[in-house]
Design a protein around this ligand. Sequence first.
Ligand code: 0RA
Length: 641
Amino acid sequence: MTSSYSADQIQVLEGLEAVRKRPGMYIGSTGPRGLHHLVYEAVDNSVDEALAGHCTNIEIDINADGSVSVTDDGRGIPTGIVSKTGKSGIETVMTVLHAGGKFGGGGYKVSGGLHGVGISVVNALSEWVEVTVWRESKIHTQRFERGVPKTELIEKPYKEARTGTSVAFLPDTQVFTTGIEFDYTTIAGRLRELAYLNAGVRITFSDHRLEEPRIETYYYEGGIQEYVAYMNREKEPLHEEIIYVQGERNGVQLEVSLQWCVDAYSDNLLGFANNIRTIDGGTHLEGLKAVLTRTMNAIARKRNKIKESEANLGGENVREGLTGVISVKVPDPEFEGQTKTKLGNTEVRGIVESLVGEVLTEYLEFRPGVADAILEKAIQAFKAAEAARRARDLVRRKSVLESSPLPGKLADCSSRDPSESEIFIVEGDSAGGSAKQGRDRQFQAILPLRGKILNIEKTDDAKIYKNTEIQALITALGLGIKGEEFDPSGLRYHRIVIMTDADVDGAHIRTLLLTFFYRYQRALVDQGYIYIACPTLYKVERGRNHYYCYSERELTNLVRNEFPANANYTIQRFKGLGEMMPTQLWETTMNPQTRTLKQVEIEDAAEADRVFTVLMGDRVAPRREFIETYGSKLNLTDLDI
Ligand code: 0RA
């Protein structure tokens, strides 16, 4: 029979031969994904018929033999001869690549399958296909095997007033290397999605491979509005009514539905183009995001939710907690990217922006409560993002801190060996002066602090870093970022000595510094780097001898036990470190041979934590309670340490 083939027919056969030779080019793969594409391709043809307004029911059956039938109640594939191919419409649709949209009612093929290949590809890759068309009171059937017609188009009278198409096919085991078994859940998922995307189309799915067939129907009158409601079913909506936009411009059909939720923080926007899920996004999603940001900022300013001087809300702030579906139907879709799941048509962006912008603005103008609820959520998201950004900046500043010059008021030691170096943190400039003159500059550094340092317990991180005294501390000591893992190699001194006056103010400053070390870099305390200097309270002179006493008791003991009863002596009480001569300060407080240093230890970490919070935190009541309970048993110094 080969000799009777027309040129057209030869082309047709070559077309389907090409599909069989390189199936991956047409259906993506010859694995399970490609196998399931056959079903979707067949269903898409019926969905197109539904979208053209001619079909309301689509039935998908996995038959007992593993074949699949897709049946609709549309107009039925035309049966008359197509002049271009010289064959019936049915045979043309089944054997000519991309024949789907080339003849008939002039409408475009919207669904088009992932690769827009048409049902002839299903035919090419199936062991057999049987097409049944009910049309003009007749039933038409034709059988194909591996793309080749095996029967003529057979027509018989049909009494019932039925129209429609049924395509049954058994995938070719020669093509699908991983088998031809269909997965119920995979198909069900796609069919449900299609039902949501095409409101009013009833899709019935049955699996007859089981003794008891499994049958499910997907039918959503509300379309993508119901889709959003379904996705948000477990969440608390910020506004009851789902926002819905529908329109058409320049042949592009658009549908959008949106609902924000209270407790959701990420955005969940699904994009579809011609019923295909555009996983990689594209111009429709870009347009939607842009118009959402622009519209919500415009409303925010109009409703005085953000002031003139303030920055715009970011897109991701506006979309926080948003669930949305955008579905566009484009006459000539361009799918881009590796997986062809990104919509490329540039005209779509502007169409989405203008249609959604108009409708959303008006919708929210009439529902100020909804507008405010969405804006409030977005503003909260904005603030949270700001806080997060600040925190990140602080981390970035780490390098700035590390490389920033040592504070001018630091009198550093000559040694560069941290293990032998010590730093005295001194209260006030005058004490600082004495300490600088009295120290052994080889291994002792002095950092005078002006006034009281910030209470870190009551301050957010941003303020901590802005404080000049704390900046000086951080850079002088070579500390890292607050709370980050402690790196002792950066530490410039292995003895950090707090040297404050032996009075109430001195005790307070000491407490503030301890709180700082404990909260900023707890390891400094835990690993024993922190010391407290014990300045002398009294100088006792008797003849050519002098003595230093660190407490009242020491003074009493000295005078009572060491001196004869009639001894002449003078007692000098130091009010502050600044009153001491540099040599006195050295001898009494700084000279490793004669001084007393207390190393700060934390015995009960949890308790220490609580005490710092109670004593240095914001809440007055627990602090009062603590002092009332323990105050009488402790002296102020104990309390402060
Ligand atoms: C081309 C033209 C017409 C309908 C169809 C194709 C059609 C194809 C499929 C595939 C599965 N179901 C289908 N339903 C319809 C329009 C024919 C006319 O104008 O009557």
